[in-house]
Each structure stands twice: as structure tokens, then as C-alpha cells.
Design a binder for this molecule. Structure first.
Ligand code: COA
Length: 538
């Protein structure tokens, strides 16, 4: 493997200007993450303390092995939605190490509207379950929730990917032999009662933890019976009488200790093996990425400069370097794990699509995880290219991405437009994880192009009717809102709020996140290319 030779001048004005812009985006990101983690009302903090509950961050700190990494999932889900205070969609979730084992932790935050479940909260829980199923990770749930956020109940209850799907998935995960361990640290009401009920192990905190299908107010309204939460579904009831819970805990800290012991006795899976070597840092500082990524998303740059700052020793074995140059493919190591990298260096042509297809096939056969660095405006368009079969060649790439069985990881480092999103393993192509950089944009096409398409459709209608084209002020009236909504709905925060990704990343931290993600993915066996592909259109 050769060291990538950089052509970046870190002293240039261009570098400095880009660096400043990205530094400010990363600063904003850090502030948003801090807010999501810490902003809680005085009232909620006081109530938590009165109840003798340990605050969320402390619960996580006690649960996770000291000095081990934590890969948070969708910390900015639901950002800007509801009353703008439902941080992380009301939950914290992430992959961490408990008793030496990689697990996924999912925890309701009782300090956000009593830990109630919002529509985005359901989506985040389902995403966490998918991560567990794809990567064979045990799921630890810290339940402390008032159940459905009732004013939005129609958005979280009836449909196929609403609340019921969570319990359905729990049964499927159990069948898949994926351990599910729940600590009841607050209320598990109504549907929420099924979270512990469907789990393999249930730890129940006395006094604060309660499980019931109908809470005391509902019981009183329905039957007239007056009963406290503890009498109705407390730890004593469920550990001694009903058998719903398995382990009686004196308080939060005791429950967390029991959780750690349970994880400690789980059988450890053999991790899948991918080619590895001793990890080394990149030769170039990853933070230089801040100065390399152009502040204008439509400015081209060489993705090799990014790769050089992500991979071990900045070493890269490039595949077909002279062919299909708008897509850079090749092998490298990240934190010691071999990966096959595909990075955009322009729009996708037939040759770059065919190169991608061959490269994906090779990695899949060799059991090498795939990393997609998306910065793509789409596949090339125009008469010449249609005649040359660009759709046919794009199809091969999309097909290969879809059917590849090795773990796939996607980072949207710039644009993610059109079918380029598909070929480069967008969310619909089941990458194990997908992240955005704060400068990234996503959409069917850029706002300008979308606006131009709509204006030209209108003008075609007018021309068919024998009328003159739209005057400029009407054109501006059509274009303005389209461009505006593309800016608003295409940015990284809108994406992450809607859980189209697993989080927004500081570009400089991407290498470390990828290392953790590859490690987590290897808990599931590699399926191998036993089934082959479907039929390629030649
Ligand atoms: N839907 C909507 N909002 C709810 C809610 C629900 N299911 N449960 C609680 N809230 C809101 C409260 O109105 C309050 O809002 P506010 O901060 O704007 O005043 C906030 O969540 C905290 O509730 P509060 O009762 O003050 O906190 P607490 O810590 O004393 O108790 C609960 C929290 C969850 C134990 C308690 O609110 C409760 O029992 N909720 C109802 C549970 C239930 O029956 N759910 C059935 C849904 S399937």
C-alpha cells in the first residue's frame, strides 16, 4: 500500500477560509449536543431528585465500563420538533461496553415530559432494534416512561412501524437469540409494560419502578378501585407475586449493578474476522479535513485528501486508479480493520459505476467491510449517456450495493442527491450505520435544479397552450420557496432530526467513530457471498 501524497497547502488562504467555516459548524454541533444532553427544566430535575432517581448521564456512567468508548445513536433526533425541548426524541441511546461486552443501551429520559414516547421516540427505538438485529448486539433498556405522549397518540399507535412494532421486534429478537435486558427504573405503563414483559431479564427498582397495563388513575376511573402505583405494579408485586420481574433492586445504583452482572454472564460471541493489522494513526492530522472540505458544497475537491486523513498510516491501495476517475475505490485500514472505500470525485458515469460494481463484488467475496464517502450530485444525464446505457450501468452499481452482504458504512461528507444517494449506499440500502457531516446536504436534487425543473414544466404547459413564458417575477415566486425548502429540509440537522441518519459528526472524529462501528458490526457473523447476486442487466 502506498501513502497518499497530499497536495493540500495548509497555509493557503483557501484552506484557512474553509477551516474557519467548518470550525464554526463543528462548534454549533457541539453546542447542540451539549444542549440535548443537559437542557432539562428545573421542575423536572427537582422531581427526579425528590424521587431519588439518578440522573440519566450518571445512570449511563455507572452502567458502562470505565474509560470505554460510547458511540451515541441519533442524539439530535427530533431536534426542532414538538416544543423544541424533546431532546434526542426523549431518549439516549448508544453502543458501549458493559462488563466487557459491546451492547446497545436505550434509555428513556424521565426529565423530558415524564419520559413519554413521541413519534420520533418510536422511530429511534425501532432504529436501535434494527442495529441490534443487524449487528447481533444485546439490548439494554432503562425504562422510565409515562408511555405514549397522548396528544400525539394517533401518530405513534396504529401503523405498521408505530409502537406495536417495538414489541413485535422484541419477540423476533428473542427468536434470533439477541439478549434483551430491561431495568424498570420508573413507570412502564400500558403498551410500555410490554417492554419488560417481552425481555429476557427484568430488573425492577423498588418504590420508583412500576409495571402495569393501566395506571392508578385509569384503574380508579374504570373500576373505582383506589390503589397506589407500588401496590399495583411495584417491585414487590412483580418479583414476589406475578413473576413479571426477575431481580429486585433497592435503588437505581443497585439495578445498574445487577444489569452489569447479567451482561457479565451472557455467552460471548466469536466476533467475525476481517483482515486486520496493528492500528496506527493517519500520517496527516484528521482535523485538516476542516480546511479541505470546500465551504461551497458545489466546489470539487479530491476525496483522496479526506481518505488520507481517515485511514491508518494514510496508506491506500487504489483500485483501477486510471479508470472511471469520478469514483475513487481502494483498500485501507481504519483502526486496524481492513475496509474497501468508495469516495466520489464527481458525478457517476458508466465507467465509474462499473468500477464500483466490480469493487463492491470483490470486497463482498473477500469479506471486507465497505465504506461509502458520499459527495454526489447523481449519475450523469444527457443524450450521449442515455445511449451509452448509463441507466443500465447505474443499475449494476445499485444492485451490487443492495445485495452486498458485508457490513456497509456510509458517511455523507457533502452532497447526497438523486440516485447517487442510492448507488452510494444511502439509508434505503441498509448500511449498518450512516452519518452526516455538518456541511452535508441531502435531497432528490439541489434546490436550484428543482426550481428550474418546475419553471420549465410550467413554461412547457404555457407553450402547449400557445401562451408566452412566465414573466420573471412569477418565475422568482416559484423558485424562491422551492430553493428555501431545499435549504431547510436538505441540511444535516433536518436529516438527523428525522432519523434519516445515526448522527451528525465532526469530520475530524469520523475515523474514530468508524473504528467503533466496524468493531460493533463484527458481533454478527459475515454472511458471505454464498447466494451471489441477482441478474445484472448487460
Ligand atoms: N402524555 C402526555 N404528557 C404526559 C404524559 C402522557 N402520557 N405523562 C406525563 N406527561 C407530562 C405531564 O403533563 C408533565 O408535563 P409538564 O412538564 O408540561 O407539566 C410532564 O409529562 C411530567 O409529568 P409529571 O406528572 O409532572 O411528572 P412525574 O415525574 O411526577 O410523573 C409520570 C411522571 C410519567 C409517572 C406521570 O406523569 C404519569 O403517570 N403519567 C401518565 C402515565 C399514563 O397513564 N400513560 C398512559 C399512556 S399509554
Amino acid at each position: 500500500m502506498e501513502v497518499i501524497e497530499t497536495r493540500i497547502d495548509v497555509k493557503s488562504d483557501e484552506f484557512k477560509a474553509n477551516y474557519e467555516v467548518m470550525a464554526s459548524l463543528v462548534e454549533d454541533l457541539k453546542n447542540e449536543l451539549r444542549l440535548a444532553r443537559d437542557e432539562r427544566s428545573e421542575k423536572a430535575m427537582k422531581r427526579n431528585e425528590e424521587l431519588g432517581k439518578i440522573p440519566m448521564q450518571k445512570r449511563l456512567d455507572l452502567l458502562l465500563d470505565p474509560n470505554t468508548p460510547w458511540l451515541e445513536i441519533a442524539p439530535l433526533a427530533a431536534k426542532g420538533m414538538y416544543d423544541r425541548k424533546v431532546h434526542g426524541a426523549g431518549t439516549r441511546a448508544g453502543i458501549g461496553v458493559v462488563s466487557g461486552r459491546e451492547v446497545l443501551v436505550h434509555a428513556n429520559d424521565p426529565m423530558i415530559k415524564g419520559g413519554t414516547i413521541y413519534p420520533m421516540g418510536v422511530k429511534k427505538t425501532l432504529r436501535c432494534q434494527t442495529i441490534c438485529m443487524e449487528n447481533n448486539l444485546p439490548m439494554i433498556m432503562l425504562v422510565d416512561s409515562g408511555g405514549a405522549y397522548l396528544p400525539l397518540q394517533s401518530e405513534i399507535f396504529p401503523d405498521s412501524d408505530d409502537g406495536g412494532r417495538i414489541f413485535y421486534n422484541q419477540a423476533i429478537m428473542s427468536k434470533m437469540n439477541i439478549p434483551q435486558i430491561t431495568a424498570v427504573m420508573g413507570l412502564c405503563t400500558a403498551g410500555g409494560a410490554y417492554i419488560p414483559a417481552m425481555s429476557d431479564h427484568v430488573v425492577h427498582v423498588t418504590k420508583t419502578g412500576a409495571i402495569f397495563l393501566g395506571g392508578p388513575p385509569l384503574v380508579k376511573a374504570a373500576t373505582g378501585e383506589e390503589v397506589t402505583a407500588e401496590e399495583l405494579g411495584g417491585a414487590d408485586v412483580h418479583c414476589r407475586l406475578s413473576g413479571v420481574s426477575d431481580y429486585f433492586a433497592e435503588d437505581d445504583a443497585d439495578a445498574i449493578e445487577i444489569l452489569r452482572s447479567i451482561v457479565g454472564i451472557l455467552p460471548k460471541p466469536e466476533k467475525a474476522s476481517v483482515p486486520r493489522r496493528e492500528p496506527v494513526p493517519p500520517l496527516y492530522d484528521p482535523q485538516e479535513i476542516w480546511g479541505i472540505v470546500p465551504r461551497n458544497i458545489s466546489m470539487p475537491y479530491d476525496v483522496r485528501e479526506i481518505i488520507a486523513r481517515m485511514v491508518d498510516g494514510s496508506e491506500f491501495l487504489e483500485f483501477k486508479a486510471l479508470y472511471g476517475p469520478t469514483l475513487v475505490c481502494g483498500w485501507a485500514y481504519i483502526h486496524g480493520y481492513q475496509v474497501g472505500i468508495l469516495g466520489n470525485n464527481g458525478v457517476l458515469f458508466s465507467d465509474s459505476s462499473l468500477k464500483a460494481t466490480q469493487f463492491i463484488s470483490l470486497c463482498d467475496r473477500q469479506g471486507i467491510p465497505l465504506l461509502f464517502l458520499q459527495n454526489i450530485n447523481g449519475y450523469i444525464i444527457g443524450r450521449e449517456y442515455e445511449r451509452g446505457g448509463i441507466t443500465k450501468d447505474g443499475h449494476k452499481m445499485v444492485h451490487a450495493v443492495s445485495t452486498a452482504t458485508v457490513p456497509k458504512f456510509t458517511v455523507i461528507v457533502g452532497a447526497s442527491f438523486g440516485a447517487g444517494n442510492y448507488g452510494m449506499c444511502g439509508r434505503g440500502y441498509s448500511p449498518r450505520f450512516l452519518w452526516m457531516w455538518p456541511n452535508a446536504q441531502i435531497g432528490v436534487m439541489g434546490g436550484e435544479q428543482a426550481a428550474d425543473v418546475l419553471v420549465s414544466v410550467k413554461n412547457d404547459q404555457l407553450s402547449r397552450a400557445g401562451q408566452p413564458p412566465l414573466p420573471q417575477e412569477v418565475v422568482d415566486g416559484i423558485r424562491g420557496p422551492i430553493i428555501q425548502s431545499a435549504i431547510q429540509e436538505g441540511n444535516a440537522y433536518y436529516s438527523t432530526a428525522n432519523l434519516w441518519d445515526d448522527g451528525v459528526l465532526d469530520p475530524a472524529a469520523t475515523r474514530d467513530v468508524l473504528g467503533l462501528a466496524v468493531s460493533a458490526s463484527l458481533n454478527a457473523p459475515l454472511v458471505g457471498r454464498k447466494q451471489g447476486h441477482g441478474t445484472f442487466r448487460m
